[in-house]
Ligand binder design. Structure first.
Ligand SMILES: [Zn+2]
Length: 179
């Protein structure tokens, strides 16, 4: 789902959202918004999660949501893969908010999901802190750039995009090995 699709599905008018910097300067850029002064774009309660979204015609904007609205409106990749998507969004929100998140489920996680061949991993100092799977390469590549932009300033951060249908072959890795 693209940002434009997301906003349309939420019924949010992008011109009503606050402008966001085109590129996250620092990890804390989003966290500073979560001081309770910004209302959820959907219900008006204090927002506890925010994300920069690219809107057609209005540039990059902040989409602020409270936790119940975030969870209720989490886009799902399809009935076969709700868990990985939901966890990816929750982890993203926790990362934005700067809180530690431990998820306990009765399904094994992380695990590759059928038809979700492109696998993105964010590691810091070699430890995986966030994972996501997407069925199409274009979306996975967009997420890859976004993760680098939003979390690349973390110390020891590394983002790797692999093709699970090709034995986990590395398609992209940031930063370059030889840098
Ligand atoms: Zn809300």
């Amino acid at each position: 789902m693209t940002d434009a699709d997301l906003l349309r599905s939420l019924g949010v008018d992008p011109s009503q959202l606050d402008p966001a910097p085109p590129w996250m300067p620092r990890q804390s850029a989003g966290v500073e918004r979560l001081d309770g002064s910004h209302p959820c774009a959907l219900c008006g309660e204090p927002a506890r999660a925010t994300v920069g979204v690219d809107t057609p015609g209005h540039g990059r904007r902040w989409l602020d949501r409270c936790m119940p609205c975030l969870i209720a409106t989490t886009p799902r990749g399809g009935p076969r893969a709700p868990l990985a998507d939901t966890l990816a969004v929750l982890r993203e929100a926790a990362c934005e908010a700067g809180v530690a998140l431990t998820v306990v489920t009765d399904e094994s996680y992380p695990a590759p999901v059928d038809n979700q061949r492109y696998h993105l991993v964010l590691t810091t100092d070699g430890k995986p802190v966030m994972r996501g799977w997407w069925p199409d390469l274009a979306t996975a590549e967009r997420k890859y750039l976004r993760w680098i932009g939003e979390r690349g300033t973390r110390k020891g951060a590394r983002v790797t995009l692999t093709d699970e249908a090709d034995g986990g072959r590395v398609l992209k890795a940031w930063p370059d090995e030889d840098r």
